[in-house]
Write a new protein. Structure first.
Length: 433
C-alpha cells in the first residue's frame, strides 16, 4: 500500500521531463521492452521503455551511448525502486537540436504565429504556383509529376534555393520575401524531401518562420516525411505530409472539374430550356393578346357581343311577360277563392255541419252521463247504511251528545238513546242494573 501511495504521489506531482545521460546495463526483454540505466558523473536512475514505443526508435541503444530521454517519473511497486518510464529516446546530439526546436516552438506559439485564426484559405483554382525548393531534389519531381497528372493547365515556377546547410535559411527567406513583394503567384509551396532533424534544420530557423508569417501570399509547407514536423509547418497556412500530397492539395483534379463542368453544363442546358419554354409561352400569350386587339377582331367580337346581348334582352322580356301572366292568373284564382257568395255558402254549410255535430255530441254526452249516474247510484246504494237498515239493523245515537253508540261502555243505566231504523227514529231508554 505504501509503495502504491508513493507511486501515485510521484506521478501526480511530476510532469513529463527530459533527462540526458549515458546508457548502461542495457537489456531487451522477450516481448520487446527495454531496460537500462542513465547515469552522469553524479548519479544514475533506472529506466524502462515499453513496447510499442520501443519499436519506434530510429537507432539501437548500446551501453556507453549518450542519449536524451523524455519520460514520466514513477515507482516500481514490487521492489520499491525509483524509475523513469521513457516515452521518447534519441541520441544526445540530436537531442540538443530537439531542445532548441521546442524552445523556439514555444516562443513563436506564444507570439501567435501558429494561431489557427490567422491561417488563410488556399485559392480554389491557382493559376501560378511558386515552388521554393532545390531544383535537383526528388521533391520537385514529385510535385511536377502530380501537377502534370491532375491539372496541367497551372503554371509552376521553381524558385531555386538550397534546402540544407547554413546558407539555406537566408536564401529561403529572400525567396519568400521576393515572391511576396512581386505577387506573381497565387500560392507558394515550401518543400523538400525527408532527412534527419539536422538535415531539416533550415526549416526550423526563426527568420524563415517570420518570413512565412509575413508573406502576402498563402504558403503551403511539405517538409520531409509524414512523421517529420518543422517550425515552418506550424507557421504555414497549410501543412502537407509529403510533397506529393501538397501538390494534390494545391491543384484540383482535372477529372473532377470535367465531371463538375459536365453537371453544370447539364444544369445550364436545363435552365436554358426552361427559360426558352417560358419565353415561348409568353410570346404565344402576347401574340394571342395582339390578335384580340386587332380592329377587325374587335369588330367581330363586338358584333357577336351585340347579338348575344339582343338574345339575352329578348329572353329577359319574354321571361318577364310570362312571369306577369302567371302572376295575374294567380291573382285571379285568389280573387275567385275569396268571392263573398261562395264564402257565405261555405260558411253556411260549415255552420250546419257544426250544429249537427254539436247535437250528436250532446246526445251522446247525455246518454253517457245517465249511464254513469245509474252506475254511481247502484254503487252508492250498495255501500249506503240505509240499505243495511232495510235488512233489520239499527243505528244507536246518544240523545244528549248525538254520538253514535259503538260499545256498551258508552251507555249507563237510564241512558237515553235514539235508534234509527229504515223508516224512522225510535227513542229508547236503557234499563239495567
Amino acid at each position: 500500500m505504501l509503495n502504491r501511495f508513493a507511486r501515485e504521489l510521484i506521478e501526480d506531482a511530476l510532469p513529463l521531463i527530459w533527462i540526458e545521460g549515458e546508457v548502461s546495463n542495457f537489456s531487451r526483454s522477450g516481448p520487446g521492452h527495454l531496460y537500462f540505466r542513465l547515469k552522469d558523473s553524479a548519479a544514475s536512475v533506472n529506466c524502462a521503455m515499453f513496447k510499442p514505443r520501443s519499436t519506434w526508435l530510429r537507432f539501437k541503444p548500446t551501453d556507453g551511448m549518450h542519449v536524451l530521454a523524455r519520460g514520466r517519473v514513477s515507482l516500481y511497486e514490487a521492489r520499491g525502486e525509483f524509475q523513469l518510464l521513457v516515452e521518447h529516446l534519441e541520441e544526445a546530439g540530436e537531442g540538443a537540436l530537439r531542445r532548441e526546436f521546442e524552445r523556439l516552438k514555444a516562443r513563436l506559439a506564444a507570439e501567435g504565429l501558429f494561431a489557427p485564426e490567422r491561417k488563410r484559405a488556399l485559392p480554389r483554382f491557382a493559376r501560378r504556383i511558386g515552388v521554393i525548393t532545390s531544383p535537383g531534389g526528388a521533391a520537385i519531381r514529385d510535385v511536377l509529376s502530380v501537377i502534370a497528372r491532375r491539372f496541367p493547365l497551372v503554371d509552376v515556377e521553381i524558385l531555386p534555393v538550397p534546402v540544407q546547410g547554413r546558407e539555406a535559411p537566408p536564401l529561403i527567406v529572400a525567396a519568400i520575401n521576393t515572391a511576396s513583394r512581386a505577387l506573381r503567384h497565387d500560392v507558394l509551396l515550401l518543400t523538400r524531401g525527408g532527412g534527419s532533424l539536422d538535415d531539416l534544420w533550415a526549416f526550423n530557423d526563426e527568420d524563415v518562420a517570420r518570413a512565412i508569417h509575413a508573406s502576402a501570399i498563402p504558403v503551403v509547407s511539405a517538409i520531409g516525411h509524414e512523421i517529420d514536423f518543422t517550425i515552418a509547418d506550424f507557421v504555414a497556412d497549410l501543412r502537407a505530409p509529403t510533397p506529393s500530397a501538397a501538390a494534390e492539395l494545391i491543384v484540383p483534379d482535372a477529372a473532377d472539374i470535367a465531371r463538375l463542368l459536365a453537371r453544370q453544363r447539364g444544369r445550364l442546358e436545363q435552365c436554358v430550356s426552361r427559360k426558352l419554354e417560358t419565353l415561348s409561352q409568353r410570346l404565344d400569350h402576347v401574340v394571342a393578346r395582339l390578335q384580340t386587339q386587332r380592329p377587325q377582331t374587335r369588330l367581330i367580337h363586338a358584333r357577336d357581343r351585340a347579338r348575344d346581348l339582343d338574345q339575352q334582352l329578348r329572353a329577359i322580356v319574354r321571361n318577364r311577360i310570362e312571369m306577369r301572366r302567371l302572376n295575374a292568373a294567380r291573382l285571379r284564382a285568389r280573387l275567385a277563392a275569396h268571392d263573398p257568395v261562395l264564402l257565405l255558402a261555405r260558411r253556411r254549410e260549415r255552420t250546419k255541419s257544426l250544429g249537427d255535430r254539436l247535437r250528436a255530441a250532446l246526445s251522446r254526452s247525455a246518454e253517457i252521463k245517465a249511464l254513469r249516474l245509474g252506475e254511481l247510484a247502484r254503487t252508492l246504494n250498495a255501500v249506503s247504511p240505509l240499505a243495511t237498515l232495510d235488512r233489520g239493523y239499527a243505528i244507536l245515537f246518544d240523545r244528549r251528545s248525538g254520538h253514535v253508540v259503538r260499545s256498551v261502555e258508552q251507555v249507563d243505566a237510564d241512558s237515553k238513546l235514539r235508534a234509527r231504523v229504515s223508516d224512522g227514529d225510535v227513542d229508547l231508554r236503557v234499563d239495567r242494573d
